[in-house]
Write a protein that binds this ligand. Structure first.
Ligand code: UD1
Length: 420
């Protein structure tokens, strides 16, 4: 497995382009199953998760090509079941369930198990599809769904900790071809859901209220092909903003949506990070001290769980105590122990991590456990003196387009070491 060798302690300086959003593009690719016609998706990041989704869609009978950030897809004829092995390996693939069922009346996917960040239930996805008149059976670890034409219904999708992002995507996609009107209450408001809605609307779907907790979808008989450009990745942008601040660098992020990052930018400001937003660019300026801040992760528009680990790395620099409370995924603190190998003092108390920052750090060998935890280890490696080796960086390749190249273009000493 590849690893990154980082020679830390150098400020990042320069300009980088933010890539298209991973979490927006995965459901958008799944949505192309809703039509027989060709769809063209632009600004698609070159990520292993995207290519994985491509393989899944191919296994379902779709033509999928990826060229320089443009995906061309056509699902003329569909198979009801794809390659279970592929589907099982990527959590995001659950979002094929809704479109597949709506288009072909049946769908089977493997039941996602837990993962390192906690249990990943899909009860809300299934509740929503049942409300639309689907029959669901769970057998030997697989979800089998079938339906005649789906029927519009009122669905409440709020769960234990709030709305579900992919659950909302699934029900929204299924409802576009249902008979009648579907109202989703407590819908996820994430920008990735709004982006999916824009794509579906371009395909001919009737959707109102995307980006709000109440979405109304009026079913249509068929959807047609469409072109779409994916929104910038707000989590990638947050990651580079924090890496710049952590190294006291001067970095301008281009192709940004600052409005998607209000909670993160507000926290960075509170931490004393100097920033200048101009149109679609954000400049992080070198400054003085980083202040300790407290944060709780929340559904959008709150502070995203996907930026929690990266903020923890930044807080290692802040003298004093900061408390990070994780409200979305119960065990999403796997990075804390690895950060401790670099000299961090982090205590986990229930859903909170208490970080005593400002201590001397030094490079070490660490192990990436999931995508965002890996990003936190890279940030920490960039900011502490000495050599840090981040192992298992295949997690990063799932969600960060060319991270090593982008960091090198900012002057970082990062080398990808291939496993021999
Ligand atoms: C998506 C993102 C992920 C992000 C997460 C929360 C993608 C590919 N992934 O994941 O990066 O961290 O949103 O912003 O877009 N839940 C239930 N029942 C369900 C579904 C979810 O109880 O049926 C719970 C989950 O356990 C979790 C919370 O709801 O506690 C939010 O999960 P959800 O929004 O569904 O996350 P994903 O859509 O899987």
């Amino acid at each position: 497995m590849d690893s990154f060798l980082i020679q830390g302690g150098r400020p990042l300086c320069g300009d980088i382009e933010i890539s298209g959003s991973k979490n927006a593009v995965l459901p958008i690719l799944a949505a192309t199953l809703l039509t027989r016609e060709t769809c063209i998706i632009r600004k698609v990041p070159d990520l292993s998760d995207v290519h994985f989704m491509g393989k899944i869609l191919r296994s379902l009978g779709a033509d999928f090509t990826y060229e320089h950030g443009v995906v061309t897809l056509q699902a003329k004829r569909l198979k009801a079941r794809g390659d279970y092995d592929l589907i099982r390996k990527m959590r995001g693939s659950i979002c094929i369930l809704g479109p597949l069922l709506a288009r072909s009346g049946k769908a089977s996917v493997s039941m996602p198990g837990g993962c390192v960040i906690g249990t990943r239930p899909i009860d809300l996805h299934l509740k929503g599809l049942k409300a639309l008149a689907a029959e669901i059976h769970i057998q030997e670890g697989y979800v089998h769904a079938k339906a005649g034409r789906l029927q519009g219904a009122e669905v409440f999708l709020g769960g234990r900790v709030g709305p579900t992002v992919l659950g909302t995507a699934n029900i929204m996609m299924a409802a576009t071809l249902a008979e009648g009107v579907t109202v989703i209450e407590s819908a996820a408001c994430e920008p990735e859901i709004t982006d999916l809605a824009h794509f579906l609307i371009a395909m001919g779907a009737k959707i109102e209220g995307a980006g709000s907790p109440r979405m109304v979808i009026t079913g249509v008989d068929r959807l047609h092909g469409a072109e779409h450009e994916v929104i910038p990745d707000r989590i990638e942008a947050a990651t580079y903003a924090m890496a710049a601040a952590a190294t006291n660098g001067e970095v301008t992020l281009h192709h940004m949506r600052c409005d998607h990052l209000a909670a993160v930018l507000d926290k960075l400001k509170e931490a004393g990070v100097r920033m200048e937003a101009r149109g679609t660019s954000l400049k992080i300026l070198p400054g003085g001290e980083i202040n300790a801040v407290d944060v709780s992760t929340q559904p959008y528009t709150g502070f995203p769980t996907d930026a929690q680990a990266q903020l923890m790395a930044l807080m290692l620099k802040a003298a004093g105590l900061s408390i990070i409370t994780e409200r979305i995924f119960e065990s999403r603190f796997m990075h804390a122990n690895e950060l401790a190998r670099l000299g961090a003092d982090i205590a986990i108390e229930g859903p909170s991590a208490i970080i005593r920052g400002g201590l001397p750090l030094s490079g070490a060998e660490v192990m990436a456990s999931d995508l965002r935890a890996s990003a936190a280890l890279v940030i920490a490696g960039l900011m502490c003196p000495g050599r840090t080796q981040v192992n298992r960086i295949y997690h990063l390749d799932r969600g960060y387009e060319g991270m090593d190249q982008k960091l090198r273009s900012l002057g970082a000493k990062v080398k990808r070491v291939k496993e021999r």
